[in-house]
Design a protein around this ligand. Sequence first.
Ligand SMILES: [Zn+2]
Length: 433
Amino acid sequence: MQRRTFFTAGLAAACPAILTAQAGSFKELSRAIDAMPLVDSHEHLLPESERLELKPDLFLLASHYLNSDMVSAGMPTPTPKTWAEFEPWWQVSRFTGYGQALSIAIRDIYGIGEIKAATLPRINSAIAEANKPGLYKRILKDRMKLDYAVLDDYWHGDPVRPDGEYFVLARKMDWFCSAAKAADIRRMEEVTGTSIPDVKGLKRAVEKRLDQSLDAGLVTIKSTLAYNRPLRFEVVPEADAQRDFDLLMKEPQKQAPRRLSDHIFHHVLQLADAHKLPVQMHTGLQAGNGNTLENSRPTLLNNLFGLYPKVVFDLFHLGWPWMEEVAALAKMYANVTADLCWVHIITPTGARRALHELIDTVPLNKILGFGGDYRYVELSYAHAVMARRNVAQVLAEKVQSREMTEAEALNAARLILHDNAARLFPRPKPRQA
Ligand SMILES: [Zn+2]
């Protein structure tokens, strides 16, 4: 600590002009970047009508992500209901990215500078008071300056067309890669209205589901299979997949048999290719408090990039903690992009470090700089504040070190925060009948 103080003080004394210039370009870039509209590559925001039916309070907002850090700290319940249950774990979790996001949301949106016992009643009544029609416009449009976001509404069983003012649609086909018993297959038949006597039938069911999703405005296929299995998908002949299918129809399996799962995932990728759809892949850290981290390692996907050169693979969360693997893959393959969704709150410092390195290693058109990844609008707003600050700070440093001019830095910010995501996930045109 002392060494660091000495170093900083020494630097300021030696070159005050440098520090002033640095602060100047950060301030100016920040102002311009704060005003930029965002295309947000990934959200789970409820439709406003569903949000307004909730009885939101501080604990509800803390229940998305932050509670996982509090459980990690030792909190015995994931859903604290009282200040006494909440407080000890909040005190030790408030400086993580998730904690910072909650503080920013309460401070900026509800005007309350500190979360503590004395302010809790005011916080809760401010949240309740704001929970009325127009909430999304006030927060997402007026404050956050959201152009639109890619929405993964995983809680909706059937595809639902989202409000086009705010969202375009991402849907998962993972369910079809996860059949482990005959009842799963029966359910897939019901939902798609397709008979599934064999693997060919299962593939027809996937096609039907994708068609239903396209009708609802789907612009990208998403996968979170890394929560359930390793991301290595082998090329499996249909006859081998059929053997797995026969097995699970005969007796329930503990988990989805791999050869069938692999084969169906490849079919999903072939459909993505045929429909020119990008694929958003979850890589890295799984949300919650317990999973097999290694399953989510980005390089496990390596074989797919060469097999499907026309499918763009948007690698989520920079594969944290394997951010450098994602940078390397995005550098090697024209069809791999590096997506910082969720990253500014998982690791605010890591996001800055990664962005520095990404700009050094990966062409600017392949960096997607922001995805809120939240269920509640206040927190998406707060995450956007953190993302804009990180982007401004990194670019100001690039200007300072003369790697870029200010105009070039602004252009980079526009690509990273808006244009790249808008190009990859354009608003859908109405489908021809
Ligand atoms: Zn997500």
